[in-house]
Ligand binder design. Structure first.
Ligand code: HEC
Length: 101
């Protein structure tokens, strides 16, 4: 009961995160995106069995992230990784990877 309420709150906060808020807290994106490169390849191009993430639209990225956090998207590892980033960081990562090709 309680935990599903928390998941719903997390989801709502992801959906309502404003660009202004993301700007205010301005995480250092190239640095946090380095944590993705080991699996997703430089610039999120994908490598081996790990899917490419470059070019994913901002909205799609934020939706996917919320689904990983809520355990609603099949995952071996991303469900756990997704919980380690704040909403502002996720918004910044979304912008970063949406701009990669
Ligand atoms: C330990 C390896 C690993 C790391 C680190 C990692 N990922 Fe992933 N990622 C995966 C795997 C594997 C999948 C496929 C889903 C699963 O099995 O969890 C995935 C899936 C995804 C997807 C969904 C892609 C799709 O089209 O289905 C996104 C978006 C994503 N990762 C973003 C990120 C971002 C952003 C970071 C860095 C903050 C990151 N990942 C770090 C391994 C990793």
């Amino acid at each position: 009961m309680r935990s599903s309420g928390v998941a719903a709150m997390l989801l709502a906060s992801v959906v309502t995160t404003t660009p202004a808020l993301a700007q205010q807290q301005q995480p250092s994106v190239p640095l946090i995106a380095q944590g993705c490169a080991g699996c997703h390849g430089q610039n999120g191009a994908g490598q081996g069995a790990t899917p490419p993430i470059a070019g994913t639209s901002r909205d799609e990225f934020i939706k996917i992230w919320a689904a990983f956090r809520a355990n609603e998207r099949p995952a071996t590892i991303m469900n756990r990784i997704a919980r380690g980033y704040t909403d502002a960081e996720v918004a910044a990562l979304a912008d970063h990877f949406a701009a990669r090709r």
